[in-house]
Design a protein around this ligand. Structure first.
Ligand code: SF4
Length: 339
């Protein structure tokens, strides 16, 4: 039995006040990960502050600077199939459509997507050592079964990966995250939102206690002409990525004028190396060019007993996705609802 208090917030300031000073309070929106964590006995909130319904009348709005704002409280499904997102940011639409299942996308919110926790098996097993769940207890995956684990940015404390698809596209688009907290509002560049594990794998991101994600701002450029999201996984639906790649290109003839590449399923955060994108500028959009960018993205990659295959898989995926971005019509169809 885990008694808790439930409050429904009527506004963002009200939600922030409701969790302030309550270390065991937390926000709930779709609850698609929180309820799992609760069932697994991994979290025990004393107070739930329900933020469903805040700003959902405006899930996607065009900003005066040419960019677009996503409400953090809008569902993944509403966002992915919004005409502005499908038209101007199809890379994001495809990435969201590749995640989870239709039922989960109908419940999960944009803010919650950024906050989901790793799916490392040992994290969910209370008897296993896990520095992310119980700091200082060790890492069961390092010497255990680590097929789904990280090849980049890992530490001796944790080799978990971040499971989101949506966030891989957000990394490629270079968005910013709007948050509101007890100290006021602030903006976090997406590249600084998620953390590498280092010595503190229990901290997934750079949010401060009591801070609430309120919006995600997309820049004007959405790479709508040349983009591709490729997700490689054990089955074609309802499975997390072994490796995923989000690619956006701007071409001038056969030359690359601007490039963005982000990887999922390989690190504790979406993996993006700006030098790999700089390498592509001015080069022809060829297999050789994408292979060169892949080598930069994967520099220092290290596999373990069961996941070394990911290094070669990631290189092939980066090359293939770069070539697919030249003709987005060749992409696998997204998981668009039929009605
Ligand atoms: Fe825990 Fe991270 Fe090790 Fe998994 S990889 S057991 S989450 S410390």
């Amino acid at each position: 039995m885990n008694p808790f208090e439930y409050t429904r917030a009527g506004s963002i300031p009200e939600a922030v006040v409701a969790v302030s000073g309550e270390p065991n309070a937390c926000f709930v929106a779709g609850g698609t990960n929180l309820i799992d964590l609760w069932k697994y006995d991994l979290t025990h909130p004393d107070r739930l502050v329900d933020v469903n319904g805040l700003n959902t009348d405006k899930p996607v709005t065009e900003r005066p600077d040419g960019g677009v704002r996503l409400s953090a409280f809008a569902t993944n499904a509403t966002t992915a199939w919004h005409p502005i997102i499908e038209t101007r940011y199809p890379l994001l639409s495809k990435a969201i459509g590749a995640g989870a299942s239709g039922q989960i996308r109908n419940m999960a919110t944009n803010g919650g997507n950024l906050l989901q926790r790793t799916r490392c098996y040992y994290f969910y097993e209370p008897q296993a050592p896990c520095n992310k769940r119980t700091p200082g207890s060790g890492c069961g995956a390092l010497t255990g079964y680590n097929r789904i684990h990280a090849i980049l940015g890992q530490s001796d404390s944790c080799i978990a990966v971040f499971p989101s698809d949506m966030c891989v596209a957000l990394a490629a688009l270079k968005v910013v995250v709007q948050v509101s907290g007890p100290q006021g509002d602030r903006v976090i560049p997406f590249s600084e939102f998620h953390r590498l594990p280092g010595d503190h794998p229990e901290q997934d991101n750079t949010l401060q206690p009591g801070e609430l994600i309120t919006a995600i701002d997309l820049p004007e450029e959405g790479f709508a002409q040349n983009y591709s999201y490729l997700k490689l996984r054990d089955r074609h639906s309802y499975a997390f990525a072994l490796v995923s790649v989000a690619t956006g290109l701007i071409l001038e003839g056969d030359r690359i004028q601007e490039a963005r590449i982000a990887l999922g399923g390989v690190a504790h955060k979406p993996w993006r190396i700006p030098e790999a994108e700089g390498f592509l500028i001015g080069k022809p959009a060829t297999r050789e060019s994408f292979a060169g960018a892949a080598d930069i993205l994967l520099e220092g990659a290290k596999g373990y007993a069961h996941n070394s295959f990911k290094i070669d898989l990631a290189k092939r995926a980066i090359i293939r996705n770069g070539l697919m971005a030249l003709s987005p019509d060749t992409q696998l169809p997204g998981a668009r609802p039929s009605a």
